[in-house]
Design a protein around this ligand. Sequence first.
Ligand SMILES: [Zn+2]
Length: 303
Amino acid sequence: MYASRCLASISLAAMVFTGAALAGAPNVATDIMPVHSLVARVMEGKGAPSLIVAPGASPHEYSLRPSEARILQEAKLVFLVTAELTPWLDGAIETLAGGATVIELLETDGTTKLPLRENALFKAHQQGDDPDSDTHDPHAWLSPDNAEIWLNAIAVALASADPDNANAYLANASAGRMEIEALKGEINTVLEPLRGGKFIVFHDSFQYFEAAFDFPASGAISLSDARDPSPARIAEIQTYIADQGVACVFAEPQFNPGIIAAFADETKVQTGVMDPLGADLEPGTGLYPQLMRRLATALTGCL
Ligand SMILES: [Zn+2]
């Protein structure tokens, strides 16, 4: 009697701390905040996913903390964009989450995949250097069409792992898709008056946003994997800024702001912040739309 009451209170405490296991919803791990947000939208009312890459960190290079290793160990489902974004996560999943179902969202049917761009300066409407390349730009969550497709894929995976809540997952995904449709219209309206404005981004991570809203960047200081840029690459961009009337250079909270400050000193260009991850936003269902909205207002505020 005493023992069973004790057990009951232990499992209640465990539920409070993991926050996930209500109504039988499975433990779900997600890589980055935008994916966490989409999964949270699908699970709304039934449970909540856990996040692996801490807010403010770069997913390109990361060391798991013990609490994040535990999230993987306990996960029944793991949602990630692609191992091309988080190469370190492959091994961690293999060691820690061997029994989990792993869904690489970039490989979902219907997902738009854009090839990597390597030049510092992009040609107009250039989408990657080699259209047949099988290395893709991993920042694919910044395409709202991909987000819609992924909501569906997330719901299908959850429904299969947790059939009791299948209807709720599918209904949430469908409502989430309608929200993203409305968001696309809203962002197009905000960006419309500024089409043709020239800007440079910090690391080449906004290609999907540029393509979705027909709002191309002129170039990126750093490559898509966020490696430090070579002096030649920096010089090429500085010359371009001086010659071509670039209005704005964008920093990112995940990376060293010193490089952008040096640019601004050198070229007198305006600076802003564009954050592809939503480092300072509240994690959860509202993060994805807020993150997308904020990219648009960063552009309008600086151009
Ligand atoms: Zn990146």
